[in-house]
Write a protein that binds this ligand. Sequence first.
Ligand SMILES: Nc1ncnc2c1ncn2[C@@H]1O[C@H](COP(=O)(O)OP(=O)(O)O[C@H]2O[C@H](CO)[C@@H](O)[C@H](O)[C@H]2O)[C@@H](O)[C@H]1O
Length: 480
Amino acid sequence: MQLLSVASEIYPLIKTGGLADVAGALPGALAGHDVAVRTLVPGYPSVLARLGKAKAVRRYDALFGVPATVLAGKAGELDLLVLDAPDFFAREGGPYGDAGGRDWTDNWKRFAALSRVGADIAAEGIKGWRPDLVHAHDWQGAMTAAYMRFGPAHAVPRVVTIHNLAFQGRFGADIFPHLGLPPEAWGVDGVEYYGGTGFLKAGLVSADAITTVSPTYADEIRSPVHGMGLDGLINGRADRLHGILNGVDTAIWDPATDPLLARRYSVRALGGRTANRRALEAHFGLDRDDAPLFIIVSRLTWQKGMDMVMGAIDHLVGLGGKLAVLGSGDHPLEGAFLAAADRHRGRVGAQIGYDEPLSHLMQAGGDAILIPSRFEPCGLTQLYGLRYGCVPVVARVGGLADTVIDANEAAVGAGVATGLVFAPSDPLALHGAIARTIRLHASRPDWQAMQRSGMRADFSWTHSAARYAELFRALVQEAV
Ligand SMILES: Nc1ncnc2c1ncn2[C@@H]1O[C@H](COP(=O)(O)OP(=O)(O)O[C@H]2O[C@H](CO)[C@@H](O)[C@H](O)[C@H]2O)[C@@H](O)[C@H]1O
């Protein structure tokens, strides 16, 4: 089967979060299931720089008013179609906003353009290649499904995956006439959303199947608490909704082969973690000792419960713990973490920014990764933690609930615990979980048993890629 994936990020070319990891890993995982993936991505400078020999395969004189070319080429193993539209994508700053964190005001045009091109490729193919199915990711890719449904590619099956319902791509009603959709696309069954234009919403009503990245999140988004205004729509399409857990790209995340570590190690030789811990302590200016070392690798946002962590730092340090934080996001939180590091010299360290190599070292050197999310569609950092023997301490939401086995008495007794799970996602429960982690850490045999169980758990893509492939095949068959 030939599949066109439409994504606004793809690891290792451009990444702000977990979407990139998934878009980058799925093609390799699906190849074993006879699904050949080509991914359409925006031509950001970092993407163009790493694109090997590329061929122009489609041209637009005016795509939403700007000249654009689709380039076909490879970056490593990734088979890419790159939308080279310099007016939209050749900018300093991030993929969605400027260096100051402000969204680009023409985001609607940039991602409508990406989606439009996805639908054009689905309709007309490219140099004899034609997708049997299109898989669009998040609001930035979701309009592909709408352009397909209301255009010549309407018979091609399409799947939209929700990585995070909090980002919906909502714009004013005034952009609708510029989207190039027929008038009937405006309405509750189309792109109209609470009087404005909703990109994700349009994708969800236009897709043949909706997937999200864990079974629990698939249930949660059917309720008003987690549905973010879309629960009604999602409930109406529940028979088309699938929760498929993300996996770990084990070619990149494997402590036995990871070139970014101070020392490599495996489940049979956990002692190798110590060198990584020392490197981590040195990097963050933390005391060199064996006190429980918590890490955080995260966007610093409300979703991730980072404000709650701020309130728990004194407690964590008071109980003898240490904390290393790597992240970026809300400016007040960034400042607060830096101030906490100042206040607790040697016990708390913070680095603001994005640092892929450091994120690997942290998983290899930390004792526990703290993830107190208020909602978490899947979460990848707990999976990396499991694989690296960095015990996840997580809120019981979404994919966190689906992937970590809490160290209650029964689980510890049976030797199956892989982390600590707490509920609800509030400061009191977080305080309790931190104290419980520190107590458990003191019991070396139990702690190591937990590390080993986590490291042996299989969260590779094997199982989930099979589920995607099965779904894709069913949709293609349904379409003939
Ligand atoms: N400062 C930093 N430096 C280096 N690396 C950093 C970093 N901050 C974060 N990362 C990395 O970015 C990724 C974040 O993964 P998450 O699963 O937390 O995704 P995120 O919430 O972005 O995305 C959404 O999509 C993903 C994918 O489906 C879902 O798992 C998730 O629940 C959902 O919220 C991880 O690879 C992590 O190591």
